[in-house]
Design a protein around this ligand. Structure first.
Ligand code: BDR
Ligand code: CA
Length: 318
C-alpha cells in the first residue's frame, strides 16, 4: 500500500477523510499531524487522538503541529459554526486517553520523508503552516503532497475570494505551492461537485445520509452522530442537496488519482487586501514569460474535473 501522512484540523469532513483512509486497503497511514483551522491546534490534536481511538487504531502516531501561522502575524479564524465548538458536532465526547508523540509535526514529517525517501504521500486537509516550515530538502524527499485548498475560477467559501484552508495561512500556502514538491491541489471548483445527499432536500427519495444511518457500520454510525451541524450549515448556506465532501474527496485523490483530471501550472496566493487567500492558477507559460514571480516558479497539478459519483460511492462503501 501507499504510505500516507494526513495533516489535518478535525473537523467533520476531516473525520470522514481519516476514517476513509483507515478503511482503504490501498493506503498505509503512517501518522496524523495536526494544525489549527476548524479548531485551534490543541483541540485538533485531541480530536485526531479521539478519532483514532474510535477507529481502534491507537497504533498510529499523532504529532502536534504549529499553533500559529507562518508569519505569526494573523489572528486565527476557527469554523465552529460549521463543525461545532469541539470541531466534531458538539457531542461532548470524553477526552482521549492517548497523547501526541514528543516530536512536533514538522519534525515527524522530515523523519518519515527521510525514512522512506520519495515514497510518502502527504495529504494536507487544513492550513499549510506545518509544511511551509520545511525546507527544499523536504520538497525533494517527500513523494507527493495532495492539498485540499483554494478555489480555481470559482468563489471561495470564507468570502468570494478565499477558500478556508488557504485563508487560514496564505503566506504558508504560497510557499508550499512554489516549493518544487510534487503537488496536487484539489480546490472548491472540484469538491463542490462531490456532495453527500441529505433528506432535507425534498427531491431526494433516498439520501446518502439515510443509507449511512441504516448501514449499521461503526464509522457510518459515528459520522451520522457528529454530522448534524455540518448538514444544517450547508442547508443554510448553499443551494445544494446535502454536504460537500471536501476532505474525503481529496483523500480519494491518493486512493485513485485517475478519478480526477488535472491541469499543470504555477499557483500563487494573494496575501494582501480584500482578496487575501485567493489562489491564482497560471497555466500558459509563454505569454507572461518576463514576469518571473509567475513564470520562473515550479508548477503544480490542479484538479479540474472529478468523477463525483465514483468518489461518493467509494466514500459510502468504505
Ligand atoms: C476546508 O475547510 C474546512 O472547513 C474543511 O475541513 C476543509 O478542509 C474546506 O474549505
Ligand atoms: Ca479540513
Amino acid at each position: 500500500p501507499k504510505k500516507i501522512i494526513i495533516d489535518t484540523d478535525p473537523g467533520i469532513d476531516d473525520a470522514m477523510a481519516i476514517f476513509l483512509a483507515l478503511q482503504s486497503p490501498e493506503l498505509e497511514v503512517l501518522g496524523l499531524t495536526t494544525i489549527f483551522g476548524n479548531v485551534y491546534t490543541t483541540l485538533s490534536t485531541k480530536n485526531a487522538l479521539h478519532l483514532l481511538e474510535i477507529a481502534g487504531r491507537t497504533d498510529i502516531p499523532v504529532a502536534e503541529g504549529s499553533h500559529v501561522t507562518i508569519t505569526n502575524g494573523t489572528k486565527l479564524r476557527v469554523a465552529d459554526f460549521v463543525h461545532g465548538n469541539d470541531g466534531l458536532g458538539n457531542q461532548n465526547f470524553p477526552p482521549p486517553n492517548g497523547k501526541p508523540i514528543d516530536q512536533a509535526a514538522a519534525v515527524f514529517l522530515v523523519e518519515q520523508a527521510n525514512l522512506y525517501p520519495g515514497e510518502v504521500t502527504l495529504v494536507a486537509l487544513g492550513p499549510l503552516t506545518n509544511i511551509a516550515l520545511l525546507d527544499s530538502g523536504f520538497a525533494k524527499k517527500i513523494g507527493k503532497i495532495i492539498i485540499l485548498g483554494g478555489a480555481f475560477f470559482v468563489n471561495g467559501n470564507v468570502n468570494p475570494a478565499a477558500e478556508a484552508n488557504i485563508f487560514g495561512d496564505p503566506e504558508a500556502a504560497d510557499m508550499v505551492f512554489i516549493s518544487g514538491a510534487d503537488v496536487i491541489v484539489v480546490g472548491l471548483n472540484v469538491t463542490h461537485q462531490v456532495v453527500l445527499t441529505a433528506l432535507f432536500h425534498k427531491t431526494i427519495l433516498e439520501a446518502d445520509r439515510d443509507k449511512l444511518a441504516r448501514s449499521g457500520g461503526k464509522f457510518a454510525k459515528y459520522l451520522c452522530q457528529i454530522m448534524d451541524i455540518y448538514f444544517s450549515y450547508h442547508k443554510d448556506s448553499y443551494e445544494i442537496k446535502g454536504v460537500y465532501l471536501h476532505d474525503p474527496a481529496t483523500l480519494i485523490a491518493a486512493v485513485d488519482p485517475s478519478l480526477f483530471t488535472y491541469t499543470e501550472g504555477v499557483v500563487r496566493v494573494q496575501t494582501t487586501g480584500i482578496s487575501r487567500g485567493l489562489t491564482i492558477l497560471y497555466n500558459k507559460q509563454k505569454r507572461f514569460g518576463e514576469v518571473s514571480e509567475w513564470c520562473d516558479k515550479p508548477t503544480v497539478k490542479v484538479a479540474i474535473t472529478v468523477d463525483a459519483p465514483a468518489v461518493v460511492k467509494l466514500v459510502m462503501d468504505r
